[in-house]
Design a binder for this molecule. Structure first.
Ligand code: HEC
Ligand code: HEC
Ligand code: HEC
Ligand code: HEC
Length: 121
C-alpha cells in the first residue's frame, strides 16, 4: 500500500516533470515560419506558378537568396520596397522579379528562362 505522503510526493514530482517538459518543448522546438507552399502570380503575360517550398526544400535555397534586404526578422512582399517605376539603383517590381528569377536560373543553368516556360497559363 502507498501511503498518503508518498502519493503526494509522487504527484508533485510528476507535475514538475510535466511542467519542465512543456517549458522545454515551448522553448526548444524550432520556429516554423509561415512559408507559402506555392504562389500563383496573375498578369497580362500569363499566370506564373512559383513552387515556393520546392525552391527551399528541394533546391535547398536560403531565404536570404531571395528575401534580401532584411532589416528585421520579418519577411515582406517585394512590392513593399520595389515600386512600379524603377531606377538605376533599384529595379521596378516586374524587373525585380524577372532579374531575380531568371538571373538565378541562368546562374544555375537550371530552371526556366524563356518567357513561355514561366508564363504558362
Ligand atoms: C527562390 C526565391 C525564394 C526563396 C528561396 C524563399 N522565398 Fe519566400 N517568397 C519568394 C517570393 C518571390 C515571394 C512572393 C513575394 C511577393 O509576392 O511580393 C515569397 C513570399 C514569401 C512569404 C509570403 C509573404 C507575404 O506576406 O505575402 C513568406 C512568409 C515567405 N516567402 C517566407 C520564406 C521563408 C521563411 C523562406 C526560407 C525558408 C523563403 N521564403 C525562401 C521567394 C523566395
Ligand atoms: C526591404 C526592402 C526590399 C524588399 C522587401 C525587397 N527588396 Fe529588392 N532591393 C531593395 C533595394 C534597396 C535594392 C537596391 C540596392 C540593393 O541591391 O540592395 C534592391 C535590389 C534588388 C534587385 C537588383 C539586384 C540586386 O540584388 O541588387 C533585385 C533583382 C531585387 N531587389 C529583387 C527583389 C525581390 C524579387 C524581392 C522579393 C522577394 C525583393 N527584391 C524584396 C529593397 C528590397
Ligand atoms: C536563387 C535561385 C532561384 C531563384 C531566385 C528562383 N529560382 Fe526557380 N529554380 C531554381 C532552381 C535551382 C530550379 C531547379 C531546376 C531543376 O532542377 O530542373 C528552379 C526551377 C524552377 C521552375 C521549374 C520547376 C518547378 O519547381 O516548378 C520554375 C517554374 C521556377 N523555378 C520558377 C521561378 C520563379 C517564378 C521565380 C521567381 C519568383 C524563381 N523560380 C526564382 C532556382 C531559383
Ligand atoms: C522565371 C520565370 C519568368 C520568366 C522566364 C519570365 N517571366 Fe515575366 N514574370 C514573372 C513573374 C514572377 C512576374 C511577376 C508577376 C506579378 O507581379 O504578378 C512576371 C511579370 C511579367 C509581366 C507583367 C509585368 C507588368 O508590367 O505588370 C510581363 C508583361 C512579363 N512578365 C513578360 C515576360 C516576357 C515577355 C518574358 C520573356 C522575355 C518573361 N516575362 C519571362 C516570371 C517570369
Amino acid at each position: 500500500m502507498t501511503s498518503q505522503p508518498h502519493l503526494k510526493a509522487a504527484v508533485l514530482i510528476m507535475t514538475v516533470f510535466l511542467i519542465t517538459g512543456i517549458v522545454c518543448y515551448a522553448s526548444f522546438s524550432p520556429p516554423s515560419p509561415a512559408e507559402p507552399v506555392r504562389l500563383m502570380f496573375q498578369n497580362d503575360a500569363g499566370k506564373v506558378l512559383f513552387t515556393h517550398q520546392t525552391h527551399t526544400e528541394t533546391y535547398l535555397l536560403d531565404c536570404l537568396d531571395c528575401h534580401h534586404n532584411l532589416y528585421d526578422d520579418e519577411i515582406y512582399d517585394c512590392g513593399e520596397c520595389h515600386g512600379e517605376i524603377g531606377d538605376e539603383y533599384m529595379p521596378s517590381l516586374p524587373d525585380a522579379f524577372h532579374e531575380q528569377c531568371i538571373g538565378c536560373h541562368a546562374d544555375y543553368g537550371a530552371g526556366p528562362v524563356e518567357c513561355n516556360s514561366c508564363h504558362v497559363m
